[in-house]
Design a protein around this ligand. Structure first.
Ligand code: UDP
Length: 321
């Protein structure tokens, strides 16, 4: 099979590319390297079944050729990470909305199957319905807070994909990942795990925002890739929205302690009031995010196996290398 991965040089995309190559598929990657690194795919560039294009998904001519050539598309290219969204509000809107529109328009011409990466940010704030279920209400704040702007761009992507399915029978599946972690994820755009590991390994203060009572469920990359590949292969999920996550949950404070212990670090754990961070006023923290996984388990038998301790050990090993 020939697979196109937009955003294939990113953290998730590069692992997905490796998996498809290992399965004997041909992989084509397009990435503009806005938040990803060429190093993530350097080892794939010499692979006879892998082609890497450094380019933008907003370039419809390039995208037309790539879409025509493939049988399956994973659309992962998107503005990602708090820090990126804070610095690039316009780019976030155009990449996430216009980029997806172009992709779906082209996929529809040839009715290519699309796995569309959305986000767990879709749900917004804890709304009395955590864990979040695919049909939970969305509770968002004002448009001036960039977190809700980002969430809205991805909601528009979902609406586009759902409309293409309902009206044109374009086979799409929408996936909402929950805090995926693993080797190659960068902390540069805000993600907490690589930031804490880097801080711990350099002996710098581990920067826990507020009191660290916020809770997240962390999904190891191998489990996430298992889920994505199974989704792409299943006819039962076409037209559906699926959470992709784990119930390996931790408070951010416990996460900091665990990383300190696993790295053997002497770093202090510094509690930083949220209003003293760059995010203050523009981004709002979430107290709690957890996925309801019944739907994805039921439809594709998804079963995340790598718990948080094991995930952290593997990431730390990779950092050391
Ligand atoms: N966080 C933190 N220190 C950091 C970066 C993040 O305490 O240096 C917290 C952040 O406030 C949030 C959690 O870690 O409560 C997860 O943040 P991340 O940006 O990784 O993901 P998201 O908020 O989208 O779940």
């Amino acid at each position: 099979m020939k697979v196109l991965i937009t955003g294939g040089a990113g953290f998730i995309g590069s692992h997905l590319a490796e998996r498809h190559l290992a399965m004997g598929d041909e992989v084509s990657i397009i990435d503009n390297l806005s938040t990803s690194l060429i190093e993530n795919i350097q080892h794939l560039q010499d692979h006879p079944s892998c082609t890497c294009h450094i380019g933008d998904i907003l370039n419809a001519e390039v995208m037309r050729v790539l879409v025509e050539e493939c049988e399956l598309i994973y659309h992962l290219a998107a503005a990602v990470g708090v820090e990126y969204v804070l610095e690039n509000p316009l780019q976030t809107l155009s990449t996430n909305i216009r980029g997806t529109e172009i992709l779906l328009e082209l996929a529809n011409e040839r009715k290519k199957r699309v796995v569309l990466a959305s986000t767990s940010e879709i749900y917004g704030k804890k709304n009395g319905h955590v864990p979040f279920k695919e049909d939970s209400d969305r509770i968002l704040g004002p448009t001036t807070v960039l977190r809700w702007s980002y969430s809205t761009t991805k909601a528009v992507d979902e609406l586009l994909a759902l409309a293409y399915w309902r009206e044109k029978r374009l086979p799409t599946v929408i996936v909402r990942p929950f805090n995926v972690i693993g080797p190659r994820q960068t902390g540069r755009y805000g993600m907490v795990v690589p930031r804490f590991i880097k801080q711990a390994m350099l002996g710098d203060p581990i920067t826990v925002y507020d009191n660290g009572e916020q809770r997240r469920c962390f999904t190891y990359i191998d489990d996430a890739v298992d889920g994505l590949v199974a989704m792409a292969a299943s006819d039962r999920v076409v037209g559906e929205v699926l959470n992709l996550g784990s119930n390996y949950e931790s408070s951010i404070r416990d996460l900091a302690h665990k990383i300190k212990e696993l790295t053997g670090s002497n770093s202090e754990i510094a509690f930083i009031p949220y209003d003293q961070t760059r995010r203050s006023g523009l981004y709002e923290d979430l107290d709690y995010r957890a996925p309801d996984l019944r739907k994805i388990r039921g439809l594709i038998g998804y079963d995340p196996k790598v718990d948080l301790d094991e995930a952290l050990r593997r990431i730390i090993e990779d950092f050391k290398r």
